[in-house]
Each structure stands twice: as C-alpha cells, then as structure tokens.
Ligand binder design. Structure first.
Ligand SMILES: Cc1cc2nc3c(=O)[nH]c(=O)nc-3n(C[C@H](O)[C@H](O)[C@H](O)COP(=O)(O)OP(=O)(O)OC[C@H]3O[C@@H](n4cnc5c(N)ncnc54)[C@H](O)[C@@H]3O)c2cc1C
Length: 405
C-alpha cells in the first residue's frame, strides 16, 4: 500500500510551509475565549481565509474560500500549523458551530446575513442551551416565548453561557409550544445580546477566569422571523449544532498541537542532565498518547469521508467528543508531570508559557462536561452504536415520596 501523498499535495504542503515561514510571527496567541478577538486576530483570520487555510469549504458567496472538502489538504494544514505552533484560525461557537448549522439547515437569507461576519471574527456568538435544571436532559428546558404583535416575548434563564459577556448574538433554545411533547415544543432563535431585558452575570470556572455566565431574560422582544427551522422544530436544529460542537471539542487538531509542544518540552527538560525524552516511563506515556492521536486523526478522516458520501458515520462520529477531550486532558497531564514542581505553577509562572499547561488541564475538565458530558457520550455510544439496553426512564411518581414508607 502506498501511503505517501500525491504530487499535488506535496506542492500544497510546500506552499503552506513557505506561508508559515513568512507569516507565523503574525499569528495571535491571545485567548479568544476570554476576550473578543482583537485586531491581530481579525487580520490573521482575514489572511487565512484569503489563502484558504480557514473557512476553507465555506462557499465564496458567504465570504469563505469556496474549496471542495478535501481530507488530505485538511490533514496537511493541521500538521503544518501544529508544527509551526500557529493558530489555524478562530474556532469559536460562531465559526465552528453556528456557521456549519446555517450552511446545513439555515435559509439563504440567514446565510448571507450571518456567515460572512462570523467567519471573519467580527460577529461573536454565544450558545443559549443549558439552564439550571436542563443540562444533560436539555429537552426539559423551560425558557419560553409567547408571540405578540409579530414578536417572540422571551422569559427565562440560561446558564454556563460561554462568551456571553462579549458576544454580539446568541443562538438560543426556547419553548414556544408549551402544550407539545417536550422534544416537539422547542424553537431555535437568533437573538442580539443587546436587547432590553437581557441581564448577563459572570460565573468563574475552575481556572479562575470568568469565561461563562448566567443570562436572565425578562420580556425580551425578538421579531418572529429570527428563527432557524420551523417553530417547534428547534430540537432537530439544536442537534445539528451539537454534532458540530462535539466535533469541535474533540478535534484532533488541538491534540496534535499539544503533542508537538510536548515533544519539544521533553527534549528541553532534563533530570541530572538527561533529557526527559530519554526517560523510559515518560516516553512510553508520550508514545501511547501519540498512538491515540493517530487513531483519532484517522477516525476524523473516516468521519469526513462518510460525510462526503452522505453517509451517517455512526460509531466513528460518536467517539470524537469523548476521546478527543479525554486525550487533550491527558496530554496536559503529561506536560505537568514533565515540568515537575514547575508544572503546578499557574498564573504568571515564568516557565512554559505562564502556567498554560496547568490552565489547560483544569479547563479541559470543563470541556469533558460541556457539549454533553463524558457519561452522556458513553450512554450514546452504548445505546445507539453498540445496541446495549436503553437506560431506564423514570417518571415522577415512579418512586414513593421522600420520607414515605
Ligand atoms: C466550560 C463549560 C462551558 C460551557 N458552555 C456552555 C455554553 O456556552 N452554552 C450552554 O448552553 N451550555 C454550556 N455549558 C453547559 C454544558 O453543556 C452542561 O454543563 C452539560 O450539558 C451538563 O449539564 P449540567 O451541568 O446541567 O449537569 P447535569 O446534567 O446535572 O449532570 C450532572 C452529572 O450527572 C451526570 N449525568 C446526568 N445525566 C446522566 C445520565 N443519564 N447518565 C449518566 N450520567 C448522567 C453528568 O454526566 C454529570 O456528571 C458549558 C459547560 C462547561 C463546563
């Protein structure tokens, strides 16, 4: 079997390497989860779109590069950007979740209105799904909207809403058909974040940063045409977005970037003058992780091939979020062990990018919960892919009241 890349891809790889040699110094490093993308981010994003290195398959009429999906080109981009330690573009809830959702199920008008500004990083989106009593059981959400004079009047509360503190827009799930079954009464709306009646209060994560928020909605007025799909069909649209969210959170690109950094770190760090790369135990851990990264990378290619053929990727697709987030967490854990006592240092540590590995290690725990927790992913795989018996569903009244005999 010949696993080498055909000539045209070798030329493409060289083009990407040359680009990075000349431009990698322009790549931003500021965390776009903490702040709006600054001018450096916007410039980098524009440059990558122009070259076709990000928003590569977004059609030209919506501001993208307009290339056909191409698994090998994508792999080359990931490999070379990882090697150069440069960001391959904004990967936020707008670019990676809303844009593909609108391309899949939005109207032509919605695509024209929202895709160009979002991929350029000018329009920032938040995701309004979770509520205090609707996380894993998302369909039990209670935020509701009634219709009056051509407007939805929205009341309720969202929680854990990442980026809401600087987002321009939110794609939000609300109950619009109170009498319908719980999965049938939901609508998927697109709402500006500066409407009267929206109150945003920050929540601090385990990293110490306030990356997510509570969002309170009191009589918020939104025109009824700001909806994706039909009224009451929001559950289907929400699941399209969730599919892209799980792909984003488990994307092996991040793992590959961490791996490249870890290799450098293990070559630099020493014990008694011997590089840690020569420590059998640590090298064994590194190689095991590398094996899993390769498996996830090829699994990602299998999913993309299925998508291109219009087939359901089944188990391969379901594995991405569970394995990808887990793998990233273990990569950060190895880096912390390699750094020894310096690994536990955090904000403003003078070593290894200011305690960045420790921050990642803690933030990753959140990513193993967000977008559907690890336990929920295991349930999905067990029930939908492996055909194991379904989890029993209990209704109120199935158990005696607390304290009863
Ligand atoms: C960093 C971070 C960012 C987030 N960003 C957003 C955002 O931008 N927008 C948004 O809408 N939401 C966001 N979330 C919320 C996230 O989607 C929810 O936290 C997640 O869906 C879990 O819901 P919950 O927190 O209510 O936990 P619960 O659903 O209450 O679950 C609690 C625990 O019980 C387990 N559990 C629940 N049901 C089952 C079951 N049936 N079988 C086995 N175990 C079960 C879960 O795995 C979990 O361990 C974010 C969360 C985090 C951590």
């Amino acid at each position: 079997m010949d696993l080498s890349y055909p000539e045209k891809y070798k030329a493409f790889r060289q083009e990407v390497i040359d680009f990075l040699k000349q431009n990698a110094n322009l790549a931003p490093t500021a965390d776009f989860r903490l702040h709006r993308p600054d001018q450096q981010w916007l410039d980098w994003q524009a440059l990558l779109i122009e070259k076709g290195y990000t928003a590569r398959t977004v059609p030209k009429q919506y501001g993208g590069y307009g290339a056909e999906p191409d698994i090998l080109a994508e792999s080359i981009l990931t490999e070379e950007f990882s090697r150069a330690g440069a960001s391959q573009g904004l990967d936020n809830q707008g670019t990676s979740m809303l844009v593909p959702t609108l391309l899949e199920v939005g109207t032509e008008e919605q695509r024209q209105q929202w895709v160009p500004g979002t991929i350029r990083g000018e329009v920032i989106w938040a995701q309004g799904y979770s509520e205090p009593s609707a996380g894993s059981d998302l369909a039990s959400l209670k935020t509701h909207a009634r219709v009056e004079d051509g407007h939805f009047i929205i009341n309720g509360q969202k929680i854990w809403t990442s980026s809401a503190q600087f987002a321009d827009m939110i794609f939000i799930l609300v109950r619009t058909e109170p009498d319908a079954l719980k999965h049938k009464g939901i609508s998927y709306l697109l709402m500006p974040m500066d409407l009267p009646g929206i109150d945003i209060r920050p929540l601090v994560t385990m990293t110490g940063d306030a990356t997510f928020n509570e969002v309170f909605l009191t009589d918020v007025k939104l025109p009824v045409d700001q909806i994706v799909g039909k009224r009451g069909d929001g559950w289907q649209v929400a699941n399209v977005t969730l599919k892209y969210e799980r792909g984003k959170l488990g994307n092996p690109r991040e793992a590959q970037q961490r791996f490249e950094r870890l290799v450098d770190l293990m070559q630099q760090e020493t014990i008694n003058g011997t590089p840690l790369m020569e420590n059998a135990v640590l090298r064994d851990r590194l190689l095991r992780l590398q094996g899993r990264i390769l498996a996830m990378t090829y699994n990602g290619q299998r999913v993309l091939s299925s998508d291109l053929k219009g087939e359901n990727p089944g188990l391969s697709g379901m594995l991405i979020k569970l394995n990808g987030t887990w793998l990233n967490h273990e990569l950060a854990g190895l880096a912390i062990d390699v750094l020894g006592e310096l690994g536990i240092l955090y904000d403003n540590s003078p070593y290894e990018n200011k305690g960045d590995w420790q921050r990642k290690y803690m933030f990753d725990l959140g990513l193993m919960i967000g977008g559907g927790s690890t336990q929920i992913q295991k349930n999905i795989i067990a029930e939908r892919a492996l055909g194991m018996p379904k989890e029993p569903k209990y209704a109120p009244g199935d158990f005696p009241a607390e304290g009863g005999n």
